[in-house]
Write a protein that binds this ligand. Structure first.
Ligand code: ATR
Length: 282
């Protein structure tokens, strides 16, 4: 018997506004080809105004998709409009991965999973630390804080230009998370085992932040969720000071894994060829 949904059962999307910069079609396209799955993954631009209508069409099947990714500025709306957000998305108030189950839109957030998977791959043992320092308190920072906390790191210092935003996150994520003013940066870096930049500082055209990493533990890992350029000014500084560095590209690649598995039924690998495809596109 033909499944009435057969024509779109293997079609997924990434939506955002704008969405043309998204590298997700390259990632999922590579995996679809690798597995020989006759499906598609396309960029589908939707304005904030049209997003509720898009979610409705996703749910009733008229959009023709089995699920997809959601990026800026729709992550919060995706969480709110989903029928079944999981705990991770609920705590963050934002979703980046949607799929249909029994006619309901399910939602999760895989950014934090991508973050820790990248560190696990490139800096194994990174989580055997007493404290971490996270710079920034925006949407990306939340996912990183949640993931680092869930790995059992006892103290997570959130340092942000606008301290009130850091305080809001400390309140949201519980006792392990402490808000700090910028002026306390070097103090909280003392002996810390992980430093994460979640701000746009150091992106193309942005002035590089001047950070002295020397107070950190000698085996500390410094990472940046910005991946253009691959080696951000901040990572260069950390490397010059002799620290282990991990670039942010792996977070992008690993956050895509759970979605692909949900929509297409196979668990894909993040391999060097995929990394190269994205780097060549930068
Ligand atoms: P995202 O969702 O990508 O995390 P966001 O919510 O706009 O983006 O958050 C951006 C983060 O970068 C914030 O922590 C922001 O600090 P403020 O909360 O003080 O705005 C930080 N940021 C951006 N530009 C910055 C700059 N020039 N100096 C210091 N922090 C900066």
């Amino acid at each position: 018997m033909r499944d009435s949904r057969e024509t779109f059962v293997n079609h997924a999307f990434v939506t955002g506004y704008p969405v043309k910069h998204s590298r997700s079609p390259l990632i999922h396209g590579y995996w679809l080809k690798t597995f020989g799955i006759p499906g598609s993954y396309v960029a589908h631009e939707v304005t904030p105004n049209d997003f509720p209508r898009f979610m409705k069409a996703l749910k009733d099947g008229t959009a023709g998709f089995c699920g997809g990714n959601v990026t800026i500025p729709h992550k919060e709306a995706a969480f709110r409009l989903a029928d079944r957000p999981d705990e991770r998305a609920a705590e963050l108030g934002a979703a980046n991965t949607l799929w249909l189950e029994d006619g309901a839109i399910c939602a999760t957030n895989t950014d934090g999973l991508g973050f820790v998977a990248n560190l696990d791959e490139r800096a194994g043992g990174w989580d055997r630390i007493a404290s971490a320092v996270i710079l920034g308190a925006g949407g990306a920072s939340r996912a990183v804080i949640q993931a680092v906390r869930d790995r059992g790191v006892a103290t997570i210092h959130v340092v942000n230009r606008t301290e009130a935003r850091a305080r809001e996150l400390a309140h949201r994520f519980g006792a392990a998370v402490r808000a700090q003013p910028m002026a306390a940066l070097s103090e909280v870096m003392a002996g810390a085992g992980l430093f994460v930049n979640t701000t746009s500082l150091g992106m193309d055209g942005e002035p590089a932040p001047e950070i002295d990493f020397s107070p950190m533990a000698t085996d500390a890992v410094i990472t940046d969720i910005v991946y253009v350029p691959l080696k951000t000014p901040l990572l260069r500084q950390a490397e010059a000071q002799g620290f282990r560095i991990v670039d942010g590209l792996g977070m992008l690649l690993h956050q895509a894994v759970p979605g692909f598995e949900k929509w297409f039924g196979r668990r894909p690998a993040v391999d060097e060829r995929l990394r190269r495809i994205i780097i060549d596109d930068m």
